[in-house]
Design a protein around this ligand. Structure first.
Ligand SMILES: [Fe+2]
Ligand SMILES: [Fe+2]
Length: 202
């Protein structure tokens, strides 16, 4: 985690202040975000990742989700974010892109945390451990409830890669059944995971 220095003092992320801000400004999302934080912390302990980084990423992961697409575009301008046509094709996923920029610029998040937030909705090929942890925590946190979730929750503490693959496959199937487009980077992530699983089996 990047350590901020102010007037010679080391300033670490104030997670309590973030939790208070979330409770006050995002009351409708607080249960999900705090559940995600707890789950990310547990996964970090289980898989040897930095627990504070996992908590920080989880607390910030939906920091811009409440904004409209017009407002998302204002973040793009404000923070000079490089986006392609997928930003408009998948408006529900735009908050991951803008949230990552806000986490870096306004909360001093380091690049590990920024990337975890950036890819928490889509995944990507070659995800880092922290990215996998946030991706899964967002998917399995306690306020989520849908068929098959218990198996993914159990798998998350037994085989991290298999759990991320299962969650990704479930997202793809869910969107296929609803005739919704699937983000190309999610397909690329799925292919990458299937191919590396096959390589490690051989
Ligand atoms: Fe999100
Ligand atoms: Fe989320």
């Amino acid at each position: 985690m990047r350590i901020l220095r102010k007037r010679g003092y080391i300033v670490k992320p104030d997670l309590d202040a973030l939790r208070r801000m979330i409770g006050e400004k995002l009351p409708g999302r607080a249960a999900h975000i705090l559940g995600c934080e707890k789950t990310a912390a547990k996964l970090a302990c289980c898989w040897g990742e930095d627990e504070e980084k996992a908590r920080f990423a989880a607390l910030l992961h939906d920091i811009t989700k409440q904004y409209s697409h017009i407002e998302q575009l204002k973040f793009v301008q404000k923070y000079d974010i490089l986006v392609d046509s997928d930003f408009d094709r998948f408006p529900a996923l735009a908050h991951a892109v803008t949230g990552a920029a806000v986490a870096r610029a306004e909360y001093g998040a380091d690049e590990d945390v920024v990337h975890a937030i950036r890819y928490h909705t889509t995944g990507r090929p070659g995800m880092t451990k922290l990215e996998k942890i946030l991706y899964l925590a967002d998917y399995i946190e306690p306020s989520r409830d849908f068929k098959g979730l218990e198996e993914t929750r159990e798998l998350a503490y037994r085989d991290l890669d298999a759990a991320v693959l299962r969650a990704t496959a479930e997202c793809v199937i869910y969107n296929l059944k609803k005739s919704r487009p699937i983000h190309p980077i999610t397909i690329a992530a799925y292919n990458d995971m299937v191919e590396s699983a096959a390589r490690s089996d051989n």
